[in-house]
Design a protein around this ligand. Structure first.
Ligand SMILES: [Zn+2]
Ligand SMILES: [Zn+2]
Length: 93
């Protein structure tokens, strides 16, 4: 089955492909870590924070995990910006 990439019209970036990020990354004011899946049908892969990653390692992928992550689709360029924000730390290079 082939899924065509979805598009979104972003206020800042216009029409773009989408990527999913967990709600913690979206709402975070501090870097929360950034992990992503290897493959994606979309412009960007699904991405999630440290907390979600820890749960994923412990419990593996479940419906409940997916729900608690509360993935939201954002435009590809916003995804890139979210990645930079989430990965930036003061203590590491
Ligand atoms: Zn998360
Ligand atoms: Zn955007």
């Amino acid at each position: 089955m082939v899924m065509l990439p979805r598009l979104v019209v972003c206020d800042q970036h216009g029409t773009q492909g989408i990527g999913l990020v967990c709600r913690h990354i979206l709402s975070a004011k501090e870097p929360v870590g950034f992990f992503w899946s290897d493959d994606s049908d979309q412009a960007r892969p699904d991405a999630w924070c440290n907390d979600c990653e820890e749960k994923l390692v412990k419990e593996e992928f479940t419906e409940a995990w997916f729900e608690q992550a509360g993935f939201q689709a954002i435009c590809a360029l916003c995804w890139d910006a979210a990645k930079e924000r989430a990965e930036t730390t003061d203590s590491e290079e």
